[in-house]
Design a protein around this ligand. Structure first.
Ligand code: NAI
Ligand code: MG
Length: 336
């Protein structure tokens, strides 16, 4: 029995979280959910978008399944997703992009996993005005040897454990010679410890082109924060979009699994939301727990529904069904 913190979140969050929990239950994995709150809903109730009880629960149980959270634009609170990543030093943002059957996309046979450094780079938010007229802004990027080694090692360890053959490190060391140059230098050093895994480095602009010309050449990818943000959405686009991509944020002491899409307020409460992205994040959670048999069973059941019962799927991927019909269809296959 695993104790896992569950944060349903805002908008479609509660519907898709409920769907995912039903599917996990049907697979036979024993989970004791610890319910916790974060986001706009609890902010409106209490004035705090990230209650102390939620932080304490994560500290105690260390594994989190999280639905999307609404972040108000402009005024209001800062992104809770970013706050959680920083608070628990969830330095690896991991996003697999794998072709799924019977979902429209321009490519087949894509199966890559992107490791994005989640705590540094240009995203530390150190920006300032140089002048008083606010016509000249500067931003600082931070790259350290330690943080680079941690994320690059995480990528190689994942490749080793999952029998993957190649790690591609993405950088811009020709121009950003110190920051991404350091990242590349650390990558070359770490690669020496994994002689069985092919190591390649590519400059980010070339990488973007290669990914849309021949995405199946890539296996595990590791890169800095900004490049990873952009390229991981690109990777999702190669396999049918954000509706079918899961994500994990993993540190040494805690791990948080979440869908990459947002809270979709336009369809919230209408039983239309596609739970596949959050489900695939939950499968990453089961992989993290080494529940590999359950992962395979659930993935096969989802593929079977996509192939043979497409009408049960949600409209965003061309189905005629609902969150409920998709969930029931997957559970029926799992229970057979
Ligand atoms: P969004 O991803 O919520 O929605 C974009 C479009 O995709 C909408 O048309 C929506 O209906 C559709 N969509 C998203 N997920 C879907 C699903 N599972 N099934 C079917 N259709 C789906 O992005 P948007 O509208 O830019 O953001 C809405 C809110 O979500 C904002 O407050 C934003 O800050 C937040 N957000 C939260 C994230 C997180 O918690 N990880 C990530 C991205 C956005
Ligand atoms: Mg992003």
């Amino acid at each position: 029995m695993y104790n896992i913190v569950r944060i349903p979140g805002d908008g479609i969050g509660p519907e898709i979280t409920d769907a995912v929990c039903k599917i996990l239950e049907a697979s036979g994995v024993q989970i004791n959910w610890i319910d916790a709150k974060a986001g706009e809903g609890v902010f409106n109730e209490t004035g705090n978008p990230l209650p102390d009880e939620t932080i304490e629960a994560i500290k105690k149980y260390r594994i989190v399944l999280k639905g999307p959270l609404t972040t108000p634009v402009g005024a209001g609170f800062r992104s809770i997703n970013v706050a959680l990543r920083q608070k628990f030093d969830l330095y690896s943002n991991i996003r697999p992009a794998k072709s799924v059957p019977n979902v429209d996309s321009n490519f087949r046979g894509v199966d890559m996993v992107m490791f994005r450094e989640n705590t540094q780079g240009l995203y530390i938010g150190k920006e300032h005005w140089v002048d008083d007229e606010e016509k000249h802004a500067e931003s600082i990027a931070v790259v350290t040897e330690d943080a680079s080694r941690k994320i690059i090692t995480a990528a190689f360890e994942y490749a080793k454990k999952r029998g993957r053959k190649k790690v591609t490190l993405v950088h811009k060391a020709n121009i950003l010679k110190l920051t991404t140059g350091l990242f590349l230098k650390v990558g070359k050093k770490v690669a020496e410890d994994y002689p069985e895994i092919e190591f390649q480095d590519l400059i980010v602009d070339n990488m973007a082109m290669q990914m849309v010309i021949n995405p199946s050449q890539f296996d595990v990818i590791v890169t800095t924060n900004l490049f990873g943000d952009i390229l991981s959405d690109l990777a999702s686009g190669l396999v049918g979009g954000l509706g079918v991509t899961g994500a994990a944020n993993i540190g040494d002491d805690a791990a948080m699994f979440e869908a990459v899409h947002g809270s979709a307020p336009d369809i919230a409460g209408q039983d239309k939301a596609n739970p596949i992205a959050l489900l695939f994040s939950a499968l990453m959670m089961l992989e993290y727990l080494d529940e590999n048999h359950a992962v395979e069973r659930i993935r096969s059941a989802v593929y079977a529904v996509l192939q043979d019962y497409k009408e049960d799927c949600t409209p965003d991927i061309g189905g005629e069904g609902s969150t409920t019909s998709f969930t029931n269809s997957v559970c029926r296959i799992l229970k057979n």
